[in-house]
Design a protein around this ligand. Structure first.
Ligand code: FAD
Length: 327
């Protein structure tokens, strides 16, 4: 936003009471890669009503609006976002358990949700214990591990649509598939979800979670900022060429570095920030990996990680103009 518009909109936002907000807030503080320039405004609402008000405000003034959780699957541009970033995190994180159902707000921290389920003897969420994002991001991405997705447990989603209306959606509306949901095309903002679990033994559930965390600690980089798996790993891909980590490792790319971005020597499907990495470094490294792998085995790697351009638009990072390996 031009500075004069920004100042006027900030005054209006303060009057609208849409939650706490910061102006020119560095997005590197709001993502696990620790990369990204400033958002014009970053707002943290505390209720679905505030989210709806903010959506209507942005729409009325034609201001780009991007929703984020903990930014654990996002690469923000080095110039940041010219618009409003709506963060649903700790300020919207209420959770309640009713029998085998869990109702939780979008900002609930996924490992906390998994632990609460274990404590209540609710099974089926063991695979999400090590995922460091929010429930909203997990539902939108149909995230999960061990070839599972949270969509298996979702019974209802409360969302704000692009017009600022609240909608209640069932699993059939969400059309969950591998690391995808129809919520992405709808432009829906998840504010709350209801999950159904299986009755189980708390001790057994906890032991399964400990095993998962131990395995992650053994395999994944621990210290350097990262965004989890960079490239998608589908069942078809496993069957034809194998998982991305193995393909990238076999191409001899472990430890390859561009600027501050490095293919993790621990797990080749992770790119770590060795200090001062820029989005440009990460995108150049993604393009390099794709180019080398394509030349070697003729397979076009696609990204799970999403790039956010300066207009707040999201796309798989391989679709960012500078990640195009043909150029
Ligand atoms: C170390 C590490 C390990 C990981 N392991 C896994 C794993 O095993 N499995 C897996 O699936 N992922 C994994 N991830 C990726 C990531 O944690 C998940 O995709 C997570 O669900 C993203 O949640 P988030 O809150 O950080 O979302 P963000 O990264 O902030 O956003 C991701 C997407 O969700 C959207 N979004 C976020 N919140 C909402 C909302 N409330 N409503 C609508 N849209 C929203 C954003 O617009 C964006 O499109 C890992 C990441 C890291 C860093």
């Amino acid at each position: 936003m031009p500075p004069r518009d920004l100042a006027a909109h900030v005054q209006q936002l303060a009057r609208l009471e849409v939650g706490a907000f910061q102006v020119r807030e560095p997005l590197a503080r709001h993502c696990s890669w620790r990369i990204g320039g400033p958002a014009d405004v970053l707002v943290e609402p505390e209720s679905a009503a505030q989210v709806a008000r903010l959506v209507r405000f942005a729409r009325r003034h034609a201001i780009p609006l991007l929703t984020i959780g903990q930014g654990t699957n996002l690469l923000f541009d080095d110039t940041g976002v010219r618009g409003i970033v709506l963060k649903l995190g700790a300020r919207m994180a209420h959770l309640e358990i009713d029998g085998r159902r869990i109702r939780a707000e979008a900002g609930v921290w996924v490992p906390h949700l998994a632990r609460q389920a274990a404590k209540a003897g609710l099974g089926g969420l063991e695979h999400i214990i090590g995922i460091p994002g929010t429930l909203g991001g997990l539902v939108l991405m149909n995230g999960g591990s061990q070839r599972r997705g949270i969509g298996e447990n979702v019974r209802r989603v409360w969302a704000i649509d692009p017009e600022g209306n609240e909608r209640i959606l069932g699993p059939e509306d969400c059309a969950f598939s591998y690391r995808h949901s129809a919520l992405q095309e709808m432009g829906a903002i998840v504010v709350r979800a209801e999950l159904e679990c299986e009755a189980g033994d708390p001790g057994e559930i906890r032991r399964a979670m400990v095993r998962d965390l131990r395995e992650r600690r053994r395999k994944f980089p621990r210290k350097e900022p990262n965004c989890g798996s960079v490239f998608l790993s589908t069942a078809e891909m496993h069957a034809s060429v194998g998982p991305p980590g193995k393909i990238i490792e076999e191409a001899g790319l472990k430890g390859t570095r561009i600027g501050g971005a490095e293919v993790s020597p621990r797990h080749a499907n992770f790119i770590v920030n060795r200090g001062g990495a820029s989005a440009a470094d990460v995108l150049a490294l993604i393009a390099h990996i794709r180019r080398v792998v394509f030349a070697r085995i003729g397979f076009d790697l696609r990204c799970e990680v999403r790039y956010v351009d300066p207009q707040g638009r999201l796309m798989p990072a391989d679709q960012a103009p500078s990640a195009d390996f043909h150029s």
